[in-house]
Design a protein around this ligand. Structure first.
Ligand SMILES: Cc1ncc(C[n+]2csc(CCOP(=O)(O)OP(=O)(O)O)c2C)c(N)n1
Ligand SMILES: [Mg+2]
Length: 377
């Protein structure tokens, strides 16, 4: 038995071919500009998030998506708005790309009432019913049965209740760490068995906290084989190039919509920062990071647009400036929002009943100390 104790090195993208389709290139350049702006927004949002975290304005766990922006932006662009999405805790990019107003996202990070979950979820639990984003989940792999369930639900409505054809596809994002969780395998088995239209997108950044994929996962460079065991078609996609992500995912999603079958994507990507805000990154070298930083998804699209004559330096700077002020506004909104009040808000929407079911002998300490009365259902 041998378990290789190593970083992923510099070969994470070796052997990946570009998508054979180039639908993205035929789209009007305004689409590319929209995707570029969204990636810049996610990046700026998180740079400010990191500062606010260091200033102790944000508490709890916080995982930034810097480096992976092309995945959320390209995948979500290939969906229809009604298609449900569910993801793990590295979720700010998905929320913004799905259309959440940055101020609701920022206030959630700050634990304030102006947040998408009234400040009760925080960084890991972005939720947006209007934009069909079903969370933000902190338990590794826990969102994968939810993804299968969401897709089962839409299929049931379309085919059984409305006696029509399947119309929707669910995108279920997961990290490579979730490949080792039993929940994913049960979820994939059911999806393969029942023809559930869910696409599992593994955001394969090569690490689960400090453990490289080779060290923690069998067949770490051929994870698509795992989907084959459940009769699910799978492909690998280079997730650093948003145009390539869109092209690959458009085919995968269109096919899942048409056939009502699940799919699995090994989306190769890289997180430029640590696992969370408190990660000294001792498990990989600076040289390795530098190699992947050369594939920055924002620079790739910006350069492509400039070469195509659809963007110049001034236009890029103007866009970045506009994004900076949008993010600043979101911070102002977050700071101006109060925390959820203990007596009226904190326990609301947490349980079915506003204050329960609490089975202990006394009220929760926080409520008791506030000397509050119980709220209504
Ligand atoms: C069931 C479970 N086990 C362990 C943890 C602790 N934990 C939090 S994040 C993480 C790593 C997951 O890595 P990956 O799925 O690759 O996602 P990434 O952080 O790379 O986005 C672990 C082990 C957890 N949250 N849930
Ligand atoms: Mg990972």
């Amino acid at each position: 038995m041998s378990v290789v104790n190593t970083a992923i090195g510099t070969g994470h993208f070796d052997g990946l071919s570009k998508s054979s389709s180039s639908v993205s290139r035929a789209l009007p350049f305004e689409k590319h500009l929209e995707w570029l702006r969204m990636m810049v927004l996610i990046r700026e949002f998180e740079v400010r998030t990191m500062q606010a975290y260091q200033d102790r304005k944000i508490g709890g766990f916080c995982h930034v998506y810097i480096g992976q922006e092309a995945v959320a932006v390209g995948c979500i662009a290939a969906t229809e708005h009604a298609d449900p999405i569910v993801t793990a805790y590295r979720d700010h990019g998905h929320a913004l790309a799905r259309g959440m107003d940055p101020k609701y996202c920022m206030a959630e990070m700050f634990g304030r009432i102006g947040g998408c979950a009234k400040g009760k979820g925080g960084s890991m639990h972005m939720f947006d019913r209007d934009n069909n984003l079903f969370g933000g989940h902190g338990i590794v792999g826990a969102q994968t049965p939810l993804g299968t369930g969401l897709a089962f639900g839409t299929k049931y409505i379309d085919e059984v209740l409305n006696k029509g054809k399947n119309r929707q596809v669910t995108l279920c994002f997961l990290g490579d760490g979730a490949l080792n969780q039993g929940a994913l395998h049960e979820a994939m088995n059911l999806a393969g068995l029942l023809d559930v239209p869910v696409v599992y997108v593994v955001e394969n950044n090569g690490y689960s906290m400090g453990t490289s994929i080779q060290r923690g996962t069998t067949m770490g460079d051929q994870i698509v084989a795992k989907a084959g065991a459940y009769g699910i078609t799978a492909r690998q996609i280079d997730g650093m190039d948003v145009l390539n992500v869109y092209d690959g995912m458009k085919e995968v999603i269109d096919e899942a919509r048409e056939t009502s079958r699940p799919a699995f994507v090994d989306m190769r990507t890289y997180r430029f920062k640590g696992h969370s805000m408190s990660d000294p990154r001792k498990y990989r070298s600076r040289e390795e990071e530098e190699v992947y930083e050369t594939g920055d998804p924002i620079a790739q699209l910006r350069d492509h647009m400039m070469e195509a004559g659809n963007l110049d330096e001034d236009a890029f700077k103007a866009m970045a400036k506009e994004v900076r002020s949008e993010v600043k506004e979101s911070i102002k909104w977050a700071e101006a929002s109060p925390p959820p009040s203990v007596d009226e808000e904190l326990y609301r929407d947490v349980y079915v009943e506003a204050w329960g079911p609490y089975t202990g002998t006394t009220e929760p300490e926080i409520v008791r100390d506030a000397g509050s009365s119980k709220g209504e259902g």
